[in-house]
Design a protein around this ligand. Structure first.
Ligand code: AMP
Ligand code: ZN
Length: 111
């Protein structure tokens, strides 16, 4: 499948990995929008949040369980961080493989 994030998961495209297990891969965003900008992707091709089902939601649950641990391990957990999911065209999603942005190291004021 011609999916950038599937290729990153398979190691065909390099990434700066910060965490990996059997459910997810977390790596540094190539175009960071904050001092710390991590992308977390499920190891299963789910196109967007619109494609989350009772069958695959376990990947989403595992990711959310891991987010605070990844933030803590990278040193920005205690100061807080923002988690973003862009869904579809109006959401500004550019890579059609579900992912969560974790943005740390700066203070957000507005939504
Ligand atoms: P989105 O716009 O929500 O679909 O986010 C896609 C994100 O993937 C963007 O922030 C890109 O900078 C990031 N991205 C695209 N290609 C790569 C790559 N090869 N390595 C790391 N991050 C990437
Ligand atoms: Zn994919």
């Amino acid at each position: 499948m011609d999916c950038i994030f599937c290729k990153i998961i398979d190691g065909e495209i390099p990434s700066t990995k910060v965490y990996e297990d059997d459910m997810m891969l977390a790596f540094r965003d190539i175009n960071p929008q904050a001092p710390e900008h991590i992308v977390i992707v499920p190891k299963c091709h789910i196109q967007s949040a619109n494609e989350i089902t009772s069958e695959n939601v376990k990947y989403v649950a595992a990711i959310w369980e891991q987010i605070p641990k990844i933030a803590e391990s990278l040193g920005f957990g205690k100061d807080g961080y923002r988690v973003v999911n862009n869904c579809g065209e109006n959401g500004g999603q550019t890579v059609p493989h579900l992912h969560f942005h974790v943005l740390g190291g700066k203070k957000y004021i507005d939504l």
